[in-house]
Design a protein around this ligand. Structure first.
Ligand SMILES: Cc1cc2nc3c(=O)[nH]c(=O)nc-3n(C[C@H](O)[C@H](O)[C@H](O)COP(=O)(O)OP(=O)(O)OC[C@H]3O[C@@H](n4cnc5c(N)ncnc54)[C@H](O)[C@@H]3O)c2cc1C
Length: 477
């Protein structure tokens, strides 16, 4: 790869660029790609020793396995466009066979993607969610009717208040743990409704075939970031956390700033530049010290309840297919809440992907390695039989241990946050510091009103930050 420079390959130095992009996740790389195409000298700096942020892969047995974001929906058109542009192939996720639902009375087989719940109760719950979400404008959730009330109310409290039938309550619980990797008792109703409105509705968001999990990258999602980085003129500076943004002339009060008037500072580097794109999640973004006159940090949920440990359990073959099973499991108790079959086909290795989410992830992350392995294999043997106890490998990626990619799958703010803070992007009718004019532009999946929390939201946010930056430069000329 030519577009990535490892830490230590060059000494800490004073460098210059037109634009510095902080963060080499898909948002930062999408911004850098657009800015470079417009003729800017762009330097991307990244805290970790790799690009990709919340996309990453394990490499085992000749396969790349997505440890982070991996699924691409049919409506994720910008990701699809980039995949095509960078020569990557998408492959359908769906695995044939019956699914398992283990919701208290033992595993139940079904060809459906949802448990055999009471149809009236579940239909009512889904309709209510979609109706309420339709009233929440994603670009400004605070403008919804009774936004403050919805924001303070947790999803768990709403489900208890609205639904007498236990199936409706259980469905809501399963959906929130699956979509947001959080406990419904920790999530505000307004955030859930915003997430549904932003992502295309509950059916689309939870569907594989035809939905948000339709495809995955053959060879792993990390390749997209790697190829985008490799195509940049300047190598990404890895292992280079940014701690401070300074004005060179803080007394000037000129918020547009002259060329070369901002200093990007970290233990490994100092770069002078005219514009900055901060493409890091809200938690770490809140820890970068800003000393730029007139620049305010836009709101961002700095306390997040989203937490995930993603596991890959690799077998010599997908033996569950012999029993007519798809490998998909939905469970009502942890640690494994969801299992998906990510095998490349039916003739090679069998790969089960497990998700441990929310409070389960926090407990799981504190167990010993042996205890985690026993807990996972016990559950898999319960569903798929004793052969599940003999994997070739069990790989874990605990995203809670990655302080620079805090919020997994994405930041989930505490109840009340949206109406107290306002949207973390320029909203219709509201002035925010993320508005055109710069010199600091904010990106990242949590700064996108469309497909928040998805790869698609990350790409859109980066492209939008670049568009606003270029527009501001045209006005400033
Ligand atoms: C387990 C898991 C499964 C997921 N599944 C899916 C899925 O199937 N489909 C989907 O669409 N989405 C999924 N997501 C979400 C998706 O991965 C993210 O929305 C997306 O990758 C976020 O991209 P980003 O560029 O906004 O942020 P990030 O990828 O987090 O990139 C931000 C980068 O900034 C760097 N950084 C932070 N602070 C600093 C600093 N001070 N200085 C320099 N660099 C810094 C970080 O190290 C990081 O590399 C999943 C996420 C996880 C964790």
């Amino acid at each position: 790869m030519t577009g990535v420079r490892s830490p230590g390959a060059s000494p800490p130095e004073q460098a210059e660029a037109d634009v510095v992009v902080i963060g080499a996740g898909l948002a930062g790389l999408a911004a850098a790609t657009e800015l470079e195409a417009a003729g800017r000298r762009v330097q991307v700096v990244e805290a970790l020793g790799r690009v990709g942020g919340r996309t990453a892969s394990h490499h085992r047995y000749g396969q790349a396995l997505d440890a982070g974001g991996g699924y691409v929906g049919v409506r994720h058109v910008r990701v699809r466009e980039l995949a095509g542009r960078f020569g990557l192939v998408l492959t359908p996720t769906a695995a044939p066979g019956a699914n398992l639902f283990d919701l208290g009375a033992g595993p139940v087989r079904s060809d459906a993607r949802r448990p055999a719940f009471n149809a009236l109760a579940v239909g009512d719950a889904l309709d209510r969610l979609d109706d309420l979400a339709a009233g929440v404008p994603p670009v400004d959730p605070g403008a919804a009717a009774d936004a403050a009330g919805l924001d303070r109310l947790t999803v768990a409290a709403w489900a208890r208040r609205e639904f007498a039938h236990p199936d409706a309550r259980l469905l809501i619980d399963l959906l929130v743990r699956q979509m947001l990797a959080a406990d419904p008792a920790e999530v505000g109703m307004l955030h859930l409704l915003f997430y549904l409105a932003s992502g295309g509705g509950v059916h689309y968001l939870t569907a594989f075939s035809g939905g948000a999990q339709q495809d995955r990258f053959a060879g792993g999602a990390h390749q997209l970031a790697e190829r985008m980085a490799a195509a940049l003129a300047r190598p990404v500076r890895l292992g280079s956390p940014v701690t401070d943004l300074h004005a060179e002339h803080p007394a000037s009060g000129d918020t547009r700033m002259a060329r070369g008037a901002i200093r990007i500072v970290g233990p490994q580097l100092t770069i002078r530049c005219a514009r900055v794109v901060v493409a890091v999640p809200p938690g770490p973004a809140g820890r970068i010290r800003l000393r730029l006159p007139g620049v305010r940090r836009p709101p961002g949920p700095t306390r997040t309840r989203g937490a995930t440990v993603k596991l890959h359990v690799i077998y010599a073959r997908p033996f569950w297919a012999d029993a007519g099973l798809s490998g998909w499991v939905t469970a009502g108790a942890g640690p494994l809440r969801y299992v998906v079959d990510d095998s490349a086909g039916r003739d090679g290795l069998g790969v089960l992907v497990g998700f441990v989410t929310g409070p389960d992830a926090r407990v799981f992350g504190g167990l010993s390695r042996a205890a985690r392995r026993a807990a996972v294999l016990d559950r898999l043997a319960h569903w798929f039989g004793p052969a599940a106890r003999q994997p070739l490998a069990l790989l874990e990626w605990d995203w809670q241990a990655e302080p620079t990619v805090e919020g997994c799958y994405a930041a989930v703010p505490e109840p009340g946050w949206w109406t107290a803070a306002g949207p973390p992007w320029p909203a219709a009718g509201r002035a925010t510091s993320g508005a055109p004019g710069g010199p600091v532009f904010w990106a990242g999946t949590e700064r996108c009103a469309e497909f928040y929390g998805h790869l698609e939201g990350a790409v859109r946010s980066g492209q939008e930050a670049a568009r606003r930056l270029l527009a501001a430069d045209r006005v400033g000329r």
